[in-house]
Design a protein around this ligand. Structure first.
Ligand code: 2BA
Length: 108
């Protein structure tokens, strides 16, 4: 068995969760925050049999789009310098996916 951890953009998560549950996959949705952009994203935990990993990753790929974000970072060189905001273009997604071996799965 595998645990798929998928970090996706909030906008993509409703259709993704719907498609997964329509195919009878069990999904847990967590509200998360990206460390770099400090913006909300969604982390999905999906426990599957080994032979289901490809189908689930395909469903994730079908639902998750890459988007461009412009973020404003603050730059300062030495103490006392003025903070200079400068725009930075960042590509986010489609999804960051981890597939982990599960030692034991219990539903008691
Ligand atoms: P964030 O950390 O907010 O990162 C958003 C996007 O900013 C990333 O998109 C990437 O394009 C860029 N980025 C992140 N860290 C960077 C850095 N140190 N320098 C330059 N650019 C950087 P994605 O790679 O698609 O990641 C989207 C979100 O997925 C991330 O949000 C984070 O929440 C998660 N993530 C991605 N890779 C991860 C990893 N290896 N471990 C844990 N979480 C990860």
């Amino acid at each position: 068995m595998k645990l798929i951890i998928a970090i996706v953009q909030d906008q993509d998560s409703p259709s993704l969760v719907q498609d997964l549950t329509n195919k009878e996959y069990r999904v847990t949705k967590l509200a998360s925050t990206g460390g770099f952009l400090k913006a909300g994203n969604t982390t999905l935990l999906i426990g599957v049999e080994d032979n289901q990993v490809d189908e689930v990753t395909q469903i994730i790929e079908d639902n998750c789009k890459t988007r461009d974000f412009t973020t404003s970072l603050l730059s300062v060189t030495t103490p006392g310098d003025t903070y200079m905001p400068y725009p930075l273009l960042v590509k986010v997604g489609g999804a960051s996916v981890f597939v982990i071996d599960v030692e034991k799965y219990l539903r008691v």
